[in-house]
Design a protein around this ligand. Structure first.
Ligand SMILES: O=C(CO)COP(=O)(O)O
Length: 254
């Protein structure tokens, strides 16, 4: 059984109610590959989750962009995993590099969040990736392995986890990783999982790529054997997101 293609759209901190309705309507009208071959998950800002859920076609799902590390309570400004479950939001993105960098989320904190969210029944898109400085210093795999280890140390069941490899230097820069660069890290990451978790987890866990993915570059990336889909930022707010979803057909026809 192959790994099902996965395409996430991370809208980040963008959109008005009107814009959200427009994007959803474009996606609802889009002609996309069947949900048998691709999982599509949209991640609007928290405040738009109920609106998007109410309008979105039933074969697409939603994700929150973050959640709190433990049970809710006196944590002003936070949203708990329990609240997402209560609203029937099935997925959450955790450890995005913007939160790691701008809000100082450590590997351990992200690992704790992943474990807590899973324990409450959420499915997790866990993000890892190196900065340009780390890549140039030859530390890419060390960085990605420590980020993944902090998760692996805290969970045993990987069936509800998708790992998103998002090199920081490729995010929002228009400087996409080459298919070979993406394949190299994905394949190393899969080997890491095989050695440090299990062969079964390595084989079944989807590793998706994020960073300047577009309608123009998605097919070549999708053709790489260890690229199991995408986490898309800027282009997920545009009609070309439909083409990125349909990159799944590169795999299904392979
Ligand atoms: O951060 C990303 C998705 O989480 C990628 O963003 P861009 O696609 O805008 O580079």
């Amino acid at each position: 059984m192959g790994r099902k293609f996965f395409v996430g759209g991370n809208w980040k901190c963008n959109g008005t109610g009107e814009e959200v309705k427009k994007i959803v309507s474009t996606l609802n009208d889009g002609k996309v590959a069947s949900s048998d071959v691709v999982d599509v998950v949209l991640s609007p800002p928290f405040v738009f989750l109920p609106l998007v859920k109410s309008l979105l076609r039933p074969d697409f799902h939603v994700a929150a962009q973050n959640c709190w590390v433990k049970k809710g309570g006196a944590y002003t400004g936070e949203i708990s995993a329990e609240m997402l479950v209560n609203l029937d939001v099935p997925w959450v993105i955790l450890g995005h590099s913007e939160r790691r960098a701008l809000l100082n989320e450590s590997n351990e904190f992200v690992g704790d969040k992943v474990a807590y969210a899973l324990s409450k029944g959420l499915k997790v898109i866990a993000c890892v990736g190196e900065t340009l400085e780390q890549r140039e210093a030859g530390a890419t795999m060390d960085v990605v392995a420590s980020q993944t280890k902090a998760i692996a140390d805290r969970i045993t069941d990987w069936s509800n986890v998708v790992v998103a490899y998002e090199p920081v230097w490729a995010i929002g820069t228009g400087k996409v990783a080459t298919p070979a660069q993406a394949q190299e890290v994905h394949s190393e990451l899969r080997k890491w999982l095989q050695k440090n978790v299990s062969a079964e987890v390595a084989e079944s866990t989807r590793i998706i790529y994020g960073g300047s993915v577009s309608g123009a570059n998605c097919k070549e990336l999708a053709a790489q054997p260890d690229v199991d889909g995408f986490l898309v930022g800027g282009a997920s707010l545009k009609p070309e997101f439909v083409d990125i979803i349909n990159a799944a057909t590169v795999k299904s026809s392979a």
